[in-house]
Write a new protein. Structure first.
Length: 260
């Protein structure tokens, strides 16, 4: 399968913000990031590059503001482009006006880049249904009730789920069977999740792994980077988490492992 690249356009007159978002988005696999500092530049790039997603400031210098760009996109042959308005205006009437111009989402400034990355992930997974293919998933948790709950959640999407009670049991199963994805608790007695992760990645380096922890500080320590980056895995879910969060983490991990 060939990797499916997506194009993202950032439109904002604030260069510092553009640079920050470009750096954040550049870490997303198979993602091309474009920049525009005003409405005119944005329209030119939309016509020539046809981005999949546009993050759009509305208050910019020049004759063409963000609302005009949004209206053009949504009333033209580029209407399938996903437009996210970024604005310091948080009043309901401002949001309603943005949606009336055709915006798909409205994010109020200030915001965390992680919020925008979540929007990108949601768009990508909705448009790449192969990320939701049924898989054989290994769940590792020393709490049987937790394992059973996760098993039932994942079986709703017709995944085949195998449970292990600890790290020793998990590595045995991993070596004996074809496992597509591992979901493991981080803090377990005996062979803990961190040791298990390192063994799995040594055995099969590209295995997608999701960590679970009730305390992310236990895995982040004083090292720079997110817990997932430090451990070299797809992501870490902070307990407790929702069914939707679990499903998105599974789909994202599968997609990334395929280079989608």
């Amino acid at each position: 399968m060939h990797a499916s690249k997506i194009k993202i356009l950032i439109v904002d007159d604030n260069q510092q913000l553009r640079d920050m978002l470009t750096l954040s988005f550049s870490r997303i696999p198979n993602c091309d990031v474009l920049n525009a500092k005003n409405g005119s530049e944005a329209l030119n790039l939309i016509r020539t590059e046809r981005p999949n997603i546009v993050f759009l400031d509305v208050m910019m210098p020049g004759e063409i503001d963000g609302y005009a760009v949004c209206e053009f996109v949504k009333t033209s042959s580029f209407k399938d482009c996903f437009v996210v308005i970024l604005s310091a205006r948080s009043h309901t009437r401002d949001k309603n006006y943005g949606f009336a111009m055709g915006a798909d989402k409205y994010v109020t400034k200030p915001f965390s880049p992680l919020k925008l990355i979540e929007i990108i992930d949601e768009w990508r997974l909705q448009h790449l249904p192969q990320a939701f293919e049924q898989k054989r998933i290994l769940i590792v948790d020393d709490e049987p009730l937790m394992s059973e709950m996760l098993k039932k959640m994942l079986e709703q999407d017709e995944h085949e789920v195998i449970c292990a009670i600890d790290g020793i049991d998990a590595i045995r199963i991993f070596k004996e069977q074809q496992i597509d994805l591992v979901i493991t608790d981080i803090m377990m007695p005996g062979k803990d999740g961190i040791e298990l992760i390192f063994e799995i990645l040594e055995e099969k380096p590209n295995t997608p792994i999701i960590g679970m922890s009730g305390n992310l500080f236990l895995v982040s320590s004083d090292v720079n980077g997110s817990p997932a980056e430090i451990l070299g895995i797809s992501c870490v879910l902070n307990k407790p988490f929702s069914l939707q969060e679990l499903k998105m983490a599974v789909a994202k991990s599968i997609a990334n492992s395929k280079g989608i």
